[in-house]
Design a protein around this ligand. Structure first.
Ligand code: KDG
Ligand code: MG
Length: 402
């Protein structure tokens, strides 16, 4: 069997997606997601101009050899663009493998470890009162776990708060929007939100929160300690994690579970965090961390150190990644939770899938492969539209973390 074509499809059904379609000489094809929010065309070019020519004529069944070829053979290893491009090829090859074996991916990986995949939704509001109502709405929809993000008094906007309560897309402008941030205002406000949520809903619902990389280690230690009475499922992205040792200080101050990793793209970004048990959940996901073949290695290392998976699942990860992630989640022994931000209807039309939501869990279907496809003619109706994630400044104008 040989690879005949590696097609890169860029479309924008509500937001930009980059999709790879690997076509073989026996008619079987596989689909992979290569979407990198705000830098989509860099990955599209990496795939079209640098990877595709090397794959024509290769045997698509050699998933591991092709992964090693694209990783070690690149010389300039790792990085978000490189690893997203490798991920897309990897997932498309696993999709082909499943179709050839006539098996859903979770069977190929080792079979079902759980009936359904527990997910968390995103409740958000302009203030505590609205956020509390939104958490209630998610509970009424059957969610067992809800992330709560709310506006901060005195700040015009903040991460995770949107007008549309079922859909959140932060890449929203032709040039980066500038947000304003105050850690002091934030740290004074967040504990009140969770105190109100626990008073209203008790402790049966899992509550999560995302700091989105905006604290220093000691501020993260303080917030983690302030939130301990509310027993969060996790506190996410407390500090930018380029320096993994930063988490040692946080760990000394709080037992609030910590999650990190959605911006990581290889095991080397998290090996210290995992082996020193500085975190409780690793969020590195299939589209940005080298695909199923590499994320499987991260999950295996994490299992040894009692770290569980908690894949990133925002709207800028396409249904292809959600499909592949759900098969992985259905199999992986040290599963934690799966983020589930719903896509637009237009996106779901472009990417038909067989997974479904029921009573707080997502369930994969038994379609061979990952169960997600792309409608190329429909995708062509949604051309790329440049969009950037915002940038963040402190109130004195200092450029900060978004
Ligand atoms: O879903 C999350 O936890 C996020 O932090 C979402 C990110 O801001 C988003 O994926 C960036 O493109
Ligand atoms: Mg996040």
């Amino acid at each position: 069997m040989k690879i005949l074509d590696v097609k890169v499809i860029v479309c924008c059904p509500g937001r930009n997606f980059v999709t790879v379609k690997i076509v073989t000489d026996e008619g079987v094809y596989g689909i992979g997601d290569a979407t990198l929010n705000g830098r989509e065309l860099a990955v599209a070019s990496y795939l079209e101009d640098h990877i595709a020519p090397c794959l024509i004529g290769r045997d698509p069944q050699q998933i591991e050899d092709i992964w090693q070829y694209l990783y070690r053979g690149c010389y300039w290893r790792r990085g978000a663009v490189t690893m997203s491009a490798i991920a897309a090829i990897d997932v498309a090859l696993w999709d082909i493998k499943g179709k050839l074996a006539n098996m859903p991916l979770y069977q190929l990986l080792g079979g079902r470890s759980r009936e359904g995949v527990m997910v968390y939704g995103h409740a958000n509001g302009a203030d505590i009162a609205e956020t509390v109502e939104e958490v209630g709405r998610y509970i009424d929809m059957g969610y067992k776990a809800v992330r709560a993000q709310c506006g901060i008094p005195g700040l015009p906007s903040t991460y995770g708060v949107s007008g549309d309560k079922m859909y959140y897309e932060p890449a929203n402008a032709d040039l980066p929007e500038e947000n304003i941030w105050s850690t002091e205002k934030y740290l004074n406000h967040v504990p009140q939100l969770f105190n109100t949520l626990r008073d209203r809903y008790g402790f049966d619902v899992h509550l999560l929160h995302d700091c989105h990389h905006r604290l220093t280690p000691i501020e993260a230690g303080r917030l983690g300690k302030d939130l301990e009475p509310y027993r969060l499922f996790w506190l996410e992205d407390t500090v930018p994690a380029e320096l993994q040792e930063r988490f040692r200080l946080i760990r000394q101050h709080t037992t609030t579970p910590l999650a990190v990793g959605e911006v990581f793209n290889s095991i080397y970004d998290c090996n210290t965090l995992i082996t020193e048990q500085l975190i409780d959940y690793i969020r590195s996901t299939i589209v940005h961390a080298g695909g199923i073949s590499h994320v499987r290695r991260i999950a295996a290392l994490a299992e040894i150190y009692n770290v569980r998976t908690g894949f990133h699942g925002a709207t800028d990860l396409s249904p292809v990644t959600m499909g592949a992630a759900l098969h992985f989640d259905t199999w992986v022994p040290n599963f934690g939770i799966q983020e589930y931000m719903r896509h637009t209807e237009a996106t779901d039309d472009v990417f038909p899938s067989d997974y479904y939501f029921k009573n707080g869990y997502l369930h994969v279907g038994d379609t061979p492969g990952h169960g997600v496809d792309i409608d190329e003619s429909l995708a062509a109706k949604y051309p790329y539209q440049r969009a950037y994630l915002p940038v963040n400044r402190l109130q004195d104008g200092t450029l900060f973390n978004w």
